[in-house]
Ligand binder design. Structure first.
Ligand SMILES: Cc1cc2nc3c(=O)[nH]c(=O)nc-3n(C[C@H](O)[C@H](O)[C@H](O)COP(=O)(O)OP(=O)(O)OC[C@H]3O[C@@H](n4cnc5c(N)ncnc54)[C@H](O)[C@@H]3O)c2cc1C
Length: 518
């Protein structure tokens, strides 16, 4: 082993989790003595937070953020974001039998949102108030949770986090039912937050959508320029702090000696050593391919069994459209964080059932998509993105490899299907304005992230893999951490800090699950 190929910390993956982990390490260590290296397989960092140019149009993958200012301040990132005023979300609820569209517009701000709902649905006003107040209190309890609970912490939780103790293992649907809200529109609104986690409300752990809802109500933001500027800023800062970055390098193997991590081996066969490795690539990829389940089983049978049981989140399809200058997107109310076009009711459950069979469940009767207009924030030529989950990898990858023509035909068929829906129910004559179209499929996400299932959010937050039951971040291999879990940029930033907090014995967050500025 030579001096130059030994690092104090190796991070696999240069997405937001990896960059956050790298910056946190560099802030808390003298990197000349304790070097940190990020290894990224793609030619650039950012992972799923990226932007791409097609014929003078800029398209983004990521679309909105909650308030992450505390974390960015800790990381030393100075960046201006646009905060959505007015509505942060609109739901277009379609009745496909009558073609009637009901529009539900959700205003920003916790109190404004609550008052709006109570006034609009007076018969359920007290139930809505109770639901929102209780959920807010439960969300705030998250800041008192510890990452790794000792016996004494569990006892303390009974007093500090009673609502989480009571509801931590409930699905969102079970949790919601306790409040006796009968208004179907209100149920529709709250279910949308469950679907942000790409799980139906009957499956998702209640705290995940409640957390998404509360953090977005505190403020919904997006970058003023293309989203890639955010990743670039993190990379730049990591390098400024002395962090090392290897691009176009794929980690193939984790080096393990006994129960201790020793480093990594790259695709080219280079071994780089370290007593600490943070993995931010797909969990199954790490456990099954880079380590091997037999090794994990040999160290901790229960952990290995949990790895086998863990389900990854869904994949996705994105239809990005470059439009002509004649379309007035602002007049269409598109200057808001997120629009949901849905047939509502149990649509998402049925789409999810199809997804679990590896099929596409979208039809004229059942659909549920996000519609976002980045250009009203970023400037540049008018554009629109249609975001579709749940989508299974199915045979998308196989088709792409074996028959590119058929793959493209299928891609275009589905893109047309989703454009037609948006045109019919949301943006009249949309197709007349389209000049450029770029479509990504589950095969794109698999290729880009190396996730075997093309999963876009890491592990899925089912109730049996959440909180105390989640696959532990500290793996049975000493020095190896697998922090990526709660989906989204906020979760990714936090994951990088949490893993460092474990390595540095609570120096960053005092063992807490959430970061709170002192
Ligand atoms: C289309 C889309 C839209 C989204 N919209 C939003 C949104 O609006 N708001 C929001 O908060 N979140 C959104 N997300 C989710 C968010 O982008 C992700 O949760 C977050 O970026 C995950 O960051 P990460 O670093 O944990 O993982 P990733 O971004 O997946 O990064 C992991 C990195 O590891 C690299 N890697 C993988 N295997 C290896 C290997 N063997 N060796 C070296 N490197 C490897 C990958 O190339 C990748 O760069 C969206 C995601 C997608 C796909």
């Amino acid at each position: 082993m030579t001096e130059t190929n030994k690092k104090s910390l190796i991070i696999i993956g240069g997405g937001i989790s990896g960059l956050s982990a790298g910056i946190t390490w560099a802030i808390n260590n003298d990197v000349k003595k304790d070097p940190v290296l990020i290894i990224e397989k793609n030619p650039k960092t950012g992972g799923f937070v990226t932007s791409y140019e097609r014929e003078d149009y800029w398209f983004d993958t990521c679309q909105m953020l909650p308030n992450i200012s505390d974390i960015l301040e800790y990381l030393g990132i100075d960046m201006e974001f646009k905060k959505f005023k007015g509505y942060y979300m609109r739901i277009f609820h379609v009745n496909p039998d009558t073609d009637e569209v009901k529009l539900l517009e959700l205003p920003s701000g916790v109190e404004t949102f609550k008052n709006y709902l109570m006034e609009k649905y007076p018969s359920n006003a007290s139930q809505i108030e109770k639901f929102l107040d209780y959920s807010r209190e439960m969300y705030l309890e998250l800041f008192k949770l510890k990452m790794e609970l000792k016996f004494v912490d569990i006892l303390k939780l009974l007093f500090t986090c009673p609502k989480i103790i009571k509801n931590g293992s409930k699905t969102f649907a079970e949790y919601f039912d306790q409040f006796n809200i009968t208004e179907p529109n209100v149920k529709e609104i709250f279910n949308v937050f469950a679907e942000f986690a790409a799980l139906p409300s009957e499956r998702v752990a209640a705290i995940v959508p409640l957390s998404a809802m509360n953090s977005l109500l505190d403020g919904t933001f997006r970058t003023k320029g293309p989203f890639i500027e955010f990743s670039n800023k993190l990379e730049e800062h990591f390098k400024e702090l002395g962090g090392e970055l290897m691009l176009k390098t794929e980690v193939k193997k984790i080096l393990v000696e006994g129960d201790q991590v020793k480093g990594v081996e790259t695709e080219g066969g280079e071994q780089i050593f370290s007593d600490y490795v943070i993995n931010t690539a797909d969990t199954k990829l790490l456990m099954e391919k880079m380590i091997g389940l037999d090794i994990i089983r040999g160290l901790d049978k229960k952990y290995a069994q949990k790895v086998e049981e863990v389900k990854m989140s869904t994949s996705s399809m994105n239809v990005s459209l470059g439009l002509d200058d004649k379309i007035d997107l602002e007049a269409l109310g598109l200057d808001c964080g997120y629009n949901v076009l849905t047939t509502g009711g149990d649509s998402y459950d049925r789409l999810f059932d199809a997804y679990e069979r590896g099929e596409i469940g979208f039809s004229d009767q059942i659909f549920h998509v996000g519609v976002i207009c980045p250009s009203l924030t970023t400037g540049g030529r008018p554009n629109l993105t249609i975001r579709i989950t749940p989508m299974a990898l199915g045979d998308w990858e196989e088709l792409r490899k074996k028959d590119r023509k058929k793959y493209n035909e299928r891609k275009e068929k589905w893109a047309k299907f989703f454009i037609d829906k948006v045109e019919k129910y949301m943006i009249p004559e949309l197709s007349k304005h389209i000049l450029v179209m770029d479509v990504s499929t589950p095969a794109t996400y698999k290729r880009y992230s190396a996730s075997p299932t093309g999963s876009i959010y890491g592990m899925a937050p089912y109730t049996d893999n959440f909180g105390r039951t989640r696959l532990k971040m500290r793996t049975p291999i000493k020095g190896l951490f697998n922090p990526k879990f709660v989906h989204g940029v906020f979760g990714a930033l936090l994951a990088g800090m949490q893993a460092n907090d474990m390595i540095l014995n609570g120096k960053i967050m005092n063992g807490n699950a959430r970061y709170q500025a002192s």
